[in-house]
Every structure is written in structure tokens, then in C-alpha cells.
Design a protein around this ligand. Structure first.
Ligand code: GLY
Length: 270
């Protein structure tokens, strides 16, 4: 078993992410999928925001591999959807969005640099990483417009082969599971909207994100820091009160594409 994995389960305080993969936005970003109705993103501003995102991950102790832009795939800066990285294996996804399906080809080659155990979600199963939330050895999988039950079942089978497990969560209102819920370790869950009453999340300490700040529910725990989008004061206060060190990032251009902090990176241990 991977040493960092056993540390994770026995001595939570020493568990840390060591690596991240990100992809610089391409000019084709402006043609990305969106239902946000917030206008077209500014490419140069998106590049600046992405650069700061990388700097913040590095400041949290991660080694960040920055992939070149891929103009063929407008949404390919949202790398999280192309793979699920666990401590024991990597799973290449099969995105539910047709226009994103080809993103996984190059991502698999990149992941082969880090992982030997690589599995794949296959059609007719679909799955996007934004629908997968890791809580220790358990992975919550959102059944969404992008992730279907066959994809979720395949992922659960794979996880079980490696001694982990998963379960499904239905969602109706948001794009991905992690659009509305974020696990911040130590049994703390930032949660908003439809997930406030999900029976699957009863056991967690809930940090309730108000509906007016719903975009900030997509925040990420990175090595004892919590990265949140800039401009959400109530969320900032609540997560600070829960004892976390906050790093705020301007995400305005990615928000226009329904993208959030989690979508922009794959964070892992290798
Ligand atoms: N624009 C991000 C997505 O829809 O996948």
C-alpha cells in the first residue's frame, strides 16, 4: 500500500497533497460549455487568474504540472473532469459532455507518468470528475446530466477492487456534485442548496453556504488551507470560524463557464 495513503488514514494531520495537474486555458475557452448566462470570459483575464491559481497551489506545498493549452477542447482547462485520482489508482473518466470526451486521451498519457494502476470508465457509462467527492476511502458520486448510473457503478466496482468504496447522490439543480458541496476534511462539509437535506450527508458537520453565495460552495481543501472564490464574505467568515486558513482567488472568468476552483486541478499524492 502507498505509504502516504496509510498515513492518511492513521495520522490525518500529516497527510498532504503533493502534486497537482492543471492546464492553461486556450483561446478557445470562450467557446466553452456554459449555462451561467454571465457573458463571455476574457481570455487574458482568465490566463492571469489561472496563473495566480497555480501560484496559490504552489504556496500550499504542491508541485504543479502545467499542461499546454489544448485549443481543440474549449473546456479542457477544467482538468478535474477527465480523471479521478485516488491514492491507490487513477481512473480515466468518460465525460458525459460529447465535446469533452476527447480530453481524456492526452490526460491518460500525463497520468501514466505518475500512476501504474490506471482504470477507465467505458461507454455507455459516463462520469466526470466534478461529480466525484473523496471523503477518506469513500467516494460520493453525483448522478447528474454528465455522470450516469452506469458510470457510477463502474467507478464503485473499480474502487472496491482497490479496497475503497463509493455511493451515489442524486442531483437535480446544479452541474456537478462539487458545484454544491465540498469536503474540507475533519468531517466538515461546505454545503449549499439541494445538498443541505441529502440523507447521504447527515453525518457531517455542515458549514452552510447561503444561497446568495452558492458559487462559493465550490471551494477546496489543500493542505490545511481552504481556497475560496473572492467576493463571498459570508462564506469566508464561516470557513474562517471553522478554523481554516483561507486563500481567496478571483474566479470571475471561470465562473462564466460554470467552472470553479475544484475543476481547475487534479490534486493528488505521488
Ligand atoms: N464549462 C465547463 C463544463 O461545462 O464542463
Amino acid at each position: 500500500m502507498d505509504e502516504s495513503y496509510s498515513m492518511r488514514n492513521t495520522e490525518k494531520q500529516v497527510f498532504m497533497f503533493s502534486n497537482a495537474i492543471v492546464r492553461k486555458p486556450g483561446k478557445s475557452l470562450i467557446k466553452g460549455l456554459t449555462g451561467a448566462n454571465l457573458g463571455s470570459p476574457d481570455y487574458h483575464k482568465a490566463l492571469d487568474q489561472h496563473e495566480i491559481y497555480v501560484e496559490v497551489l504552489e504556496a500550499c506545498g504542491l508541485t504543479v504540472k502545467v499542461l499546454d493549452p489544448d485549443e481543440s477542447f474549449p473546456d479542457s482547462t477544467f482538468v478535474e473532469d477527465a480523471a479521478v485520482l485516488t491514492p491507490l489508482c487513477a481512473i480515466i473518466t468518460n465525460p458525459g459532455a460529447e465535446s469533452r470526451r476527447g480530453e481524456v486521451v492526452e490526460m491518460k498519457e500525463v497520468i501514466e507518468e505518475y500512476y501504474t494502476d490506471i482504470e477507465e470508465i467505458r461507454s455507455p457509462g459516463t462520469l466526470e470528475g466534478g461529480d466525484v467527492m473523496m471523503v477518506g476511502d469513500h467516494y460520493y458520486i453525483g448522478i447528474s446530466e454528465r455522470t450516469n448510473m452506469m458510470g457510477a457503478e463502474q467507478l464503485i466496482q473499480i474502487l472496491r477492487q482497490y479496497g475503497m468504496d463509493g455511493s451515489m447522490v442524486r442531483l437535480e439543480e446544479v452541474l456537478h456534485l462539487k458545484t454544491g458541496v465540498a469536503y474540507l476534511e475533519n468531517n466538515n462539509l461546505a454545503v449549499c442548496g439541494e445538498f443541505l437535506t441529502s440523507p447521504e450527508f447527515i453525518r457531517f458537520n455542515k458549514i452552510v453556504i447561503p444561497e446568495t453565495e452558492s458559487y462559493a460552495a465550490n471551494c477546496i481543501w489543500v493542505n490545511d488551507h481552504v481556497l475560496i472564490p473572492k467576493g463571498y464574505p459570508e462564506t469566508k467568515q464561516k470557513i474562517t470560524d471553522a478554523g481554516y486558513s483561507i486563500k481567496e482567488l478571483d474566479m470571475s472568468e471561470f465562473r462564466k463557464l460554470d467552472g470553479g476552483l475544484s475543476c481547475l486541478s487534479l490534486r493528488f499524492w505521488k
